[in-house]
Design a binder for this molecule. Structure first.
Ligand SMILES: N[C@@H](CCC(=O)N[C@@H](CS)C(=O)NCC(=O)O)C(=O)O
Length: 135
């Protein structure tokens, strides 16, 4: 397993390096995202006080920190390798206390193979998992 800083070699493949959202209840949001994002292969890979970073392998790219949430709420979409993981994201996010904002399914208005699911996080942010692959 590479160390976090070794992924710097792959950096030309990224456009967004990392995103941080402030949340009103760190413990609640950490638990929500940990559960909701697990089906996508995302897990907490670092934690510093009331802030943690999620990633695949060792490189975190999505951070949750205690603070004042931005208003209006944001929309954040996570890439999913297949449609089953989108389904599992939606089920896990609801089980973690998220509020439904759209059941898993095709959204052909976006493009013919756009398969997404939407859930509001504990602060009302619109969180999505999406798979773009035809299946
Ligand atoms: N309930 C809708 C949600 C669709 C949705 O949130 N789409 C995103 C774009 S992929 C959006 O409009 N986000 C804007 C926002 O949340 O402010 C559904 O199930 O299709």
């Amino acid at each position: 397993m590479k160390e976090r800083w070794e992924y710097i070699d792959d950096q030309e493949e990224w456009m967004l390096d990392h995103i941080i959202i402030s949340v009103s209840d760190y413990s609640a949001s950490r638990a929500f995202y940990e559960q909701a994002l697990a089906p996508l292969g995302y897990q907490v890979v670092m934690e510093l006080g009331e802030a943690c970073g999620f990633g695949i392998l060792e490189k975190p790219d999505f951070f949750v920190q205690q603070g004042d949430p931005v208003t209006p709420a944001i929309h954040l979409a996570f890439n999913s390798r297949d449609r089953e993981a989108v389904d599992a994201f939606h089920a896990a996010a609801l089980a973690a206390g998220g509020k439904d904002n759209g059941a898993p399914g095709l959204r052909p208005d976006y493009h013919p193979n756009y398969y997404g699911a939407f859930v509001f996080d504990p602060d009302g942010h619109n969180i999505e998992a999406v798979c773009h692959r035809p299946q």
